[in-house]
Every structure is written in structure tokens, then in C-alpha cells.
Ligand binder design. Structure first.
Ligand code: KG4
Ligand code: ZN
Length: 346
């Protein structure tokens, strides 16, 4: 089926057309509001929903044109129904329902985290079930056992800040840009890995949960102390960025290894914005290769929010007969464990 995917859960309007019969992403387009929110140091929900309203129709027109198809060829609409900012979700949901109603085609709300989880399946080299997924975004840090489409069991999660949120906060402490992850990561490239050794959160405890708030507070303490001595120069900032990045990555890598060992699984899938982090990708690949574990990542453009992952999940679920009620509302919170599983051939 040819499915239109709409992602509007936060500060990116992502639109895509995916055909599951051809296993092909026909076109995708994205507008990032990052510049509009940067001056506030974080997403302003009201500005986000207003901008989705402005972008959604031109982007749908652009995507259908790039895919060389007409809107009448579209056979179903999938939109992000949660988790996310309620106002932004409502824009996507309202547009999706009226678009589908106008064309008399099915419409379905998709879980954003399921989109991130299955985004590696947009690539040529696809993971096979079962696998462990590490989902690392601005709002979530999750380790999930995946036995099939919709068969998800959460093994561990962050007890406080998500890892992406910690990157964003450290970026703000160092007066870098927003969203913080890419700024912290590029500065860390020039940092000395031996200058700061920040605490590795939760590594000394059993289990698969994460915590990043203590690490963030520790980094803040060091920054304040150094600033009392003299203003931070670029070298000092780079060393702190590197120390933070290494600590955050080690926590993620150790917990991934623990989860794979516990579940006796040899495939790891990474999804979510922090999955675009080059050092995380190289450390994971290197350390897991030695253990005979294969890692799968989406290309960096499909790690961060995008419409393609929503169109992909929508195509599989709508083809299996799932439909929304017209009166359904988005869910600001929505666990992966509450999703319906699909038959394995889907
Ligand atoms: O998945 P995503 O685009 O949106 C959410 O669903 O939250 O993730 C955004 C998060 C932000 O916190 C951003 O700083 C982080 O992903 N991020 C990165 C990198 N690129 C994006 N963090 C570390 N390194 C990166 N290269
Ligand atoms: Zn996301």
C-alpha cells in the first residue's frame, strides 16, 4: 500500500510516502524548527504547533510531486499520535483525518517510539527478529526486547533525564547551540579523553535502567568551579564535552551488552536522535563485533525525527487492517508495551 506518513510530535515536520509492496520509500521531506526554538534554548510548544500548521500542506505537496504521484494514488495515512507535545500531535492528527476523509482512505495513529525502533528497516541491510533495541532520543532512553512487529518488552529505561536531554542540557551549560547533541559531539572531537573522568551512572548497580541526571549535575559542578577560576576557553569546553560524551556512551554500551547477554540475543538495533552520534556508533560496533553481535543503525537522517519511519510503520499496520476511529485523540504519553502485535509475515 502507498502510505503517506506525517510526523509532528515535536519540532520537526516530517512527511514521507512509503510503499510496502515495493519495499520502497518514494520520497520524504523535513522542515526543522530548530532555529526558531534555539533563541529560547529549548522547544516552545505553542510555536511548534503553529509552525506545523504552516508547513504541513506545502510539504505534502512537495513529497507527492517528488514521488511523481498524485494525492489520489495515496491509499492510507499514518500520523504520529504520541508520545509528544499534545498541540503538535493534534495538528498532525487533524490534518491526517481530514485528508483521509476527503480521499475515503484509512487513517492510523502511530507510536513515535515504534517509528524510531523500526527505522533501521528502511535501510537495505535489515535486522531480523528477535533483537534488542536501544532507543535514545530527546525524551526517552529505552532498552527493548523486540520479538516481532508490535511485540515489545521494555527491559530498561532512564529513571530521570533521557540521554538526549542530558546532551541538550550540557550544551546549554557550555553556551553551545540547540539542539545540543550535535554541538557537544563536534566539540568533543577536539577534547582530551584523559582530562576529565565523569561518573558512569548506574554501572555499579545490577539491572538495565539508566540515570543521567547525576552525570549532568556533576558536569555542571565542574563547569561552575572552572568558571570561578577563569572564563572557559574552547579547549576547556572541548575537554568537558569529551568527558561527558565518554561517560554517557559508556553507560549506554555497558547496558546494551548486559541486555544482549541476559536475553541471549545477537542483534542490536539503535534508534532515535542520539543514535546519530558518531562516537556511540563506532564504540558500539567495535565492542559488539568482538562478541559476535551485529549492530544495525538507520542512516543519520532517519535517526532524528522524520516522516519516513511513520510511513513505514503505518504501511505495515494499515495493510494488516488497523484503523483509527475518527474521534480518537493523540496520547502525550504512550508506552510501546501497549501496542498491538502483528502476525510475523507482516
Ligand atoms: O529522536 P529525536 O530527533 O527527537 C525526539 O524524539 O526526542 O532526538 C533528538 C535528540 C536531541 O536531544 C538531540 O540533542 C539528540 O537527539 N542528538 C544527538 C545527536 N544528534 C541529535 N545527541 C548526540 N549526538 C548527536 N550527534
Ligand atoms: Zn523522536
Amino acid at each position: 500500500m502507498l502510505i503517506l506518513g506525517l510526523e509532528t510530535s515535536c519540532d520537526e515536520t516530517g512527511i514521507a510516502l512509503y510503499d510496502n509492496k515495493k519495499d520502497s520509500l518514494l520520497a520524504h521531506s523535513l522542515f526543522s524548527q530548530a532555529d526558531q526554538h534555539a533563541i529560547y534554548g529549548g522547544v516552545v510548544p505553542e510555536l511548534a504547533s503553529r509552525d506545523h500548521i504552516r508547513r504541513i500542506i506545502p510539504l505534502v505537496e512537495e513529497v507527492t510531486k517528488n514521488a511523481k504521484c498524485s494525492q489520489r494514488d495515496i491509499e492510507g495515512v499514518a500520523y504520529t499520535a504520541g508520545p509528544g507535545l499534545f498541540g503538535s500531535l493534534l495538528v498532525g492528527a487533524t490534518f491526517a483525518k481530514f485528508f483521509a476523509l476527503g480521499l475515503n482512505i484509512p487513517v492510523l495513529g502511530i507510536n513515535h517510539m515504534e517509528g524510531h525502533l523500526l527505522a533501521p528497516m528502511l535501510e537495505k541491510d535489515k535486522p531480523e527478529f528477535p533483537f534488542i533495541a536501544l532507543l535514545v532520543s530527546g525524551g526517552h532512553t529505552l532498552l527493548v526486547r523486540v520479538d516481532g512487529l508490535g511485540c515489545y518488552r521494555i527491559l530498561g529505561e532512564s529513571l530521570d533525564d533521557a540521554v538526549g536531554e542530558a546532551f541538550d542540557k550540557v550544551s546549554r551549560m557550555l553556551d553551545l547551540g540547540y539542539p545540543g547533541g550535535p554541538f557537544v559531539a563536534s566539540l568533543a572531537e577536539y577534547g582530551d579523553p584523559n582530562r576529565y573522568r565523569f561518573p558512569r551512572p548506574m554501572l555499579d548497580r545490577p539491572g538495565l535502567d539508566f540515570s543521567f541526571s547525576g552525570l549532568k549535575t556533576h558536569v555542571l559542578g565542574v563547569i561552575k568551579k572552572r568558571r570561578q577560576e577563569k572564563p572557559l576557553d574552547e579547549k576547556e569546553k572541548a575537554d568537558i564535552a569529551r568527558g561527558f560524551e565518554d561517560a554517557a556512551i559508556e553507560s549506554l554500551v555497558v547496558k546494551c551488552k548486559r541486555a544482549l547477554k541476559q536475553e541471549k540475543i545477537y542483534t542490536l538495533v539503535i534508534g532515535g536522535g542520539v543514535g546519530a552520534n558518531r562516537r556511540l556508533r563506532s564504540v558500539l560496533t567495535l565492542e559488539l563485533e568482538n562478541l559476535g553481535i551485529k549492530t544495525f543503525y538507520p542512516s543519520p537522517k532517519f535517526c532524528t525525527d522524520n516522516g519516513a519511519m511513520i510511513a513505514f510503520v503505518g504501511a505495515h499496520r494499515i495493510s494488516a487492517g488497523e484503523r483509527d476511529q475518527l474521534g480518537s485523540t493523540p496520547h502525550a504519553k504512550w508506552s510501546l508495551e501497549d501496542l498491538k502485535s502483528l502476525p510475523s509475515e507482516q
